[in-house]
Design a protein around this ligand. Sequence first.
Ligand code: BTN
Length: 242
Amino acid sequence: RHIVYKKEVTSTQDIAHQLVQEGAEEGTIVIADKQTKGKGRLGRPWHSMEEKGLWFSIILRPDIPPQVAPQLTLLTAVAVQEGLERATDLPVEIKWPNDILLRGKKIAGILTEMHSELDRIQAIVVGIGLNVNQQKTDFPEELSAVATSLSMEANGKVFQRSDVIVSVLEKYEHWYYKYLDQGFFPIKKRWEQLATTIGKEITAKTMRKEVQGIAEGITDEGVLLIRKKDGTLESVYSADID
Ligand code: BTN
């Protein structure tokens, strides 16, 4: 297996996509100290100019249809939660759809991008950003209310970044092989245990309406199921959750 390490890149996703085109094998990891153009979901930028975080992309080549690719994002959330919690003992939470939070603030981000041809996936590039040793002043003003780092939540303790990534990658390997072996069910169960949203009374604000009820679980496509007061079940594809 290959690990490609760079001091500075635009985005580890860019390098990983290039490697996919060149035929890189499954399990190849691209990691960089700094990203000048880190990418977040929905075209947002991802602040990663500091060498204090972990910025990496994993190349996977699972033999699955493109429709179930979101399962890999849920798998990643489980591996990141377990890996971070084991490395730090901090109370890391998963919040639907794929936020990783620590005491209500964002500690990690996951970006899943896919190469597919007709009905087959050629590769999936899973990008993971972990805020490790940043302090409050390392974050731009507009992020400091919503983002945090492991160090900030551990009274300024400095974490060895290599310990943190090893812990996350070990969990990743565990869950990925389980997925190839047993399918999505074990991951779905674990995700539902770890996601703080599940089993709670929530209000989901979608673009068109508000849905109130108990979050019951997710489907194989990662859709959130809400049991409303009248007993009916409603599917929510994307929303803000309170
Ligand atoms: C999000 O919006 O929450 C997803 C953020 C993903 C950030 C990581 S950092 C490593 C990889 N390279 C990128 O440019 N983005 C992902």
